[in-house]
Design a protein around this ligand. Structure first.
Ligand code: ADP
Length: 477
């Protein structure tokens, strides 16, 4: 509809403007032409008046003067008839000595135009409202050479009707109106057809998008009609692709979660079933199986805790609880908590604090980052191994390095380690205990702080994780 109206206006408006311009232009030209012609006639007449000494003898009754006056009067009549107007002759005393209408003879006529004309210039004035053109021409002796010396005997004041101009304008108007109406009809049709044609590709896009929305189709769409539709469709296809990736990863995630949660359950059930089946099992066996069951329950618990931590990471930045804290103290505290676990594996933890750092962070999330990295460094270490934690800062960021002397990660596995439930060596990792969620949680927490996480690793030599986080969270926003 909008395009249709636009096309219609674009077609019609220039036509209307042109019609007006033509008519106004015609009126101007016709009036000035009429003024020029009449002024010319008046000038010829004024020469006659002068050469016949009309002013000197206009009262004389001598036969000779009377007849020459009659000739001139007849000429004046003719002029006024020809142009449907009125001619008045005004003498030097502003007295009307001849009026072709015979109404004002003997009266005095002082007007701006007449006064101007006595100073030697023609005047003309068009009054479209009352429909007349008024002109004055000085009656002077042009036989005298110098203009300044010329004597102005009187003024010829003429007003003629513009009826004939109006009549021509009327005809012009009527004709152009007819053309315009025809044009509007044609443009209406063209606009109707074109707006339909222009819109069709967009309708196609809408239809295709609706099909995807309704779930009938999941395929990428193609409407190659215009560059514009190609852009829209490309953007939409990109969105569709991204949605598919998200959908796939969600399906994978649900499948993984179910699998991970089921594994300890299956173990527990197998252990319990075998106890029931045995009936009179010795107390030691019960104890041993119960211990296994407890460790499976612990594992289940850890998976659920990690999952909850991960889900919390998906929340928005607004949900971050940003506080200004000492990163050194926080790291110290976490390491103190982890040292007993390290001691069990005979792993030594060294903390190297290069400077005092106070940063704006979410304490819980920051704890998750440090804990997960150091826990991994202990878990995937060798006997009597070493874990080195280093804290440093530049003027914008603080840098946390967790370095271990462990088993290392194969180069080709490095891109996958942050994926949820991903483990490099499934059987070994299971033995070590872990959910495959730790690094995924750590990476999400780092990203929420607008930081980065990098890893370098050499097989059988060790791994180093480097986390860089802005000191000022709000400035980084
Ligand atoms: P998990 O709970 O299995 O430790 P993570 O997400 O923390 O899960 O780690 C993913 C995998 O990356 C681990 O299973 C392990 O194979 C590998 N990995 C992580 N940290 C280290 C490390 N410091 N040294 C060697 N391998 C590591």
């Amino acid at each position: 509809m909008r395009i249709f109206v636009l096309l219609l206006l674009a077609g019609i408006l220039p036509g209307i403007l042109m019609r007006h311009a033509i008519i106004v232009n015609y009126e101007d030209r016709a009036v000035s032409q009429r003024i020029a012609t009449v002024t010319n006639q008046l000038r010829i007449l004024s020469n006659h008046l002068v050469s016949n000494k009309y002013f000197t003898y206009y009262r004389s009754n001598e036969q000779q003067h009377v007849s020459s006056r009659e000739v001139i009067n007849a000429e004046l009549e003719m002029l006024s008839n020809l142009y449907e107007g009125r001619v008045m002759i005004i003498d030097g005393n502003f007295k009307v000595i001849k009026d072709t209408y015979g109404l004002s003879e003997g009266k005095t006529m002082i007007s701006e135009e007449v006064i101007k004309c006595f100073q030697g210039s023609n005047t003309s004035h068009y009054d479209p409202e009352h429909g007349y053109i008024e002109m004055t021409v000085p009656i002077s002796d042009t036989t005298l050479n110098a203009v300044d010396d010329s004597v102005i005997y009187g003024v010829m004041l003429t007003s003629i009707s513009n009826d004939s101009i109006l009549a021509t304008m009327e005809v012009l108007n009527r004709q152009s109106m007819t053309i315009e109406i025809l044009m509007i009809m044609v443009i209406f049709g063209v606009a109707l057809v074109f707006s339909g044609l222009l819109i069709r590709p967009f309708d196609k896009v809408t239809k295709a998008v609706n099909e995807v929305k309704a779930g009938y189709s999941n395929e990428i769409i193609s409407v190659p009609d215009y560059a514009e539709t190609v852009h829209i469709v490309d953007a939409f296809n990109e969105l569709l692709r991204r949605m598919k990736v998200l959908d796939d990863s969600r399906t994978d995630f649900v499948a993984n979660v179910s699998h991970e949660l089921k594994t300890p359950m299956t173990s527990i059930k197998v252990l319990a079933d075998s106890l029931i089946a045995q009936g009179d099992a010795p107390a030691e066996l019960y104890k041993e199986f119960m211990e296994d069951i407890v460790s499976e329950i612990d594992r289940e618990n850890k998976i659920i805790t990690d999952l909850l931590a991960l889900v919390k990471m998906d929340k928005k930045v607004q949900d971050m609880n940003i506080v200004s804290i000492s990163i050194n103290d926080l790291t110290e505290l976490i390491l103190k908590r982890l040292r007993p676990i390290a001691r069990k594996k005979d792993v030594e933890i060294v903390f190297e604090s290069l400077r005092q750092i106070t940063a704006e962070v979410d304490e819980v999330k920051m704890t998750l980052i440090i804990t997960n990295l150091v826990e991994n460094a202990i878990k995937y270490n060798r006997e009597h191994g070493l874990v080195k934690v280093q804290l440093d800062a530049d003027h914008q960021n603080f840098i946390l390095k967790v370095n271990d002397s462990g088993i290392g990660i194969p180069e080709e596995e490095l891109p996958n380690i942050y994926e949820r439930f991903y483990r490099v060596d499934k059987s070994h990792s299971r033995e070590i205990g872990g959910t495959g969620l730790g690094l995924s949680i750590a990476k999400n927490a780092v990203i929420m702080h607008r930081g980065t996480i990098d890893v370098k690793s050499v097989i059988d030599e060790g791994t180093e994780f480097t986390v860089t986080i802005p000191l000022n969270f709000r400035a980084a926003e």
